[in-house]
Write a protein of this length. Structure first.
Ligand SMILES: Cc1cc2nc3c(=O)[nH]c(=O)nc-3n(C[C@H](O)[C@H](O)[C@H](O)COP(=O)(O)OP(=O)(O)OC[C@H]3O[C@@H](n4cnc5c(N)ncnc54)[C@H](O)[C@@H]3O)c2cc1C
Length: 435
């Protein structure tokens, strides 16, 4: 059988699908709307400063992913050293067991809360706010993660479910919290113990083996899918027929371009929520920046939620004697004027002592419509309606926004790999990928 296989999107999930099909002798054609492959793992360069789209370090433990990523390029091993900026205080991450810089009064409140916390089974917890209050007590929950939730997730904690939390939030014992109140010498409690990053070429260098021999047509946005005729149309009006279609396009966008979709599916897709926001990239003519790969900011008057340093990930990301930072600001596209957003963010970080205004060589602001899937209470119901529809019409939906899940790059990779395996094993009629 010589099926015509089309893949929509050359992010890591689409590349993985194409790579594993190719390895088994099946060719595919990938359509990508951007000018280069990589999707969210791609990067851009301005005046010899390279910036990934978002923080991007690899901490996968999956063997197939590591074999491909780490053999593709020489890489640097980082021990994660994230910090938190909390009203002028630098607090090691996770804050809950590194409270040393707080006042005695705050420490006593938090320790009392932790001592008196009740064990409530997770199935009796209704939302993320309850989960946070149960784990950390009211004072810490309100001052730290609930504030951060609003900044990062653009959502109140009570409007989120808890299934997504997994090991992302560290749950220390009372003794660990007490130790962190007395001393800065606390063990590393971040969920990844090593983070890897290519020496050269930015994060996407990990995926060069995947992309190497694939037929990728860049600058080709797909505008229409007619599943009855098995035809897609690109932005120039060209039509392509397919036997098998795999899509990593975000589900709400996919529904918009699919013909003959019921109102129920359209409505469910509209209800799928994700965070959107800006990346403000900064090139500096100094190496004097905070020594943390990334840090979180809790202050409500600073719009920036998280900052990371491309030049600390690899010196190859900045010219000699220079450094770089990238700031994440989550908000709707029209919340601030671009000038206000840049001025407000820069001024606040200068005031917090992160860098000096006279050291800035360049700034660049870009908006990302699709950042993180929001796990509100309706996500499971709505996601199922949309994914069942594509399953029924035989279109594979893969990746972070095709499966509509909180996937790291390795999980997006595995999602594309699994679609290829399903097709190759000819169990291909079931496009639903289950983890
Ligand atoms: C803030 C943030 C930080 C992250 N940090 C990390 C990290 O440190 N480590 C890690 O492992 N992972 C991280 N991730 C996750 C990682 O970025 C994703 O899991 C992965 O990049 C998703 O790949 P994908 O192929 O599923 O989706 P995408 O990368 O979004 O690929 C989809 C592709 O489809 C294309 N497309 C869309 N519409 C069309 C159309 N109509 N026609 C043609 N092409 C189209 C897009 O241009 C895109 O290239 C982070 C993500 C975010 C948002």
């Amino acid at each position: 059988m010589n099926d015509k296989i089309i893949i929509l999107g050359a992010g890591i999930s689409g590349l993985a699908a194409g790579y594993y099909l190719k390895r088994s002798g099946k060719s595919s054609k990938i359509f990508e709307k951007n000018h280069s492959w990589g999707g969210l793992c791609d990067n851009f360069t301005i005046n010899n400063f390279r910036f990934d789209r978002f923080v991007h370090l690899s901490f996968t433990e999956d063997k197939a992913a590591n074999d491909l990523f780490l053999n593709a390029t020489p890489y640097i091993r980082h021990t994660p050293n994230p910090f938190n900026l909390y009203y002028g205080k630098w607090i090691k991450h996770p804050a809950q067991n590194n409270l040393y810089p707080l006042t005695e009064e705050e420490k006593v409140k938090i320790l009392n809360d932790i001592k008196n916390r009740k064990e409530i089974p997770v199935d009796k917890i209704n939302n993320y706010e309850e989960w946070l209050r149960t784990q950390y007590g009211d004072y810490f929950a309100e001052k730290f993660p609930m504030r951060y939730t609003k900044k990062y997730w653009q959502t109140e904690a009570r409007d989120l479910g808890v299934k997504w939390v997994g090991n992302r939030m560290y749950r220390p014992s009372y003794d660990e919290v007490a130790l962190g109140c007395r001393s800065t010498e606390t063990p590393l409690a971040y969920y990844a113990k090593e983070m890897r990053y290519p020496e050269k070429g930015g994060f996407k260098a990990f995926f060069t083996t995947l992309a190497k021999d694939l037929d990728i047509q860049n600058r080709s946005q797909i505008m229409e899918i007619d599943y009855s005729e098995k035809v897609i149309k690109d932005e120039y009006g060209n039509m392509y027929s397919y036997d098998i279609l795999i899509s990593s396009i975000p589900l709400p966008e996919l529904v918009k371009i699919t013909k003959d979709v019921s109102d129920e599916v359209r409505l469910a897709a509209k209800m799928l929520r994700c965070t959107s926001g800006y990346q403000l990239s900064i090139g500096l003519k100094t190496k004097s920046i905070p020594p943390y790969l990334w840090f979180y900011i809790y202050d409500e008057d600073i719009p920036v939620a998280r900052v990371y340093s491309p030049s600390l990930k690899s010196a190859d990301n900045a010219p000699d004697n220079c450094s770089s930072l990238q700031l994440e600001i989550y908000c709707n596209e029209n919340k601030y004027s671009k000038k206000d957003l840049i001025d407000k963010s820069l001024n606040k970080l200068v005031a917090a002592g992160v860098f000096k205004i006279e050291d800035i060589l360049l700034t660049d602001l870009r908006f990302e419509k699709y950042a993180n899937v929001i796990f509100n209470h309706d996500i499971y119901k709505n996601r199922k309606i949309v994914r069942d529809f594509y399953d029924n019409i035989g279109i594979y939906t893969i990746g972070r926004f095709g499966e509509w899940d909180y996937f790291w790059s390795d999980q997006s990779f595995l999602s594309g790999k699994l679609a290829a395996e399903l097709i190759l094993s000819e169990k291909g009629s079931n496009g639903v990928l289950n983890y």
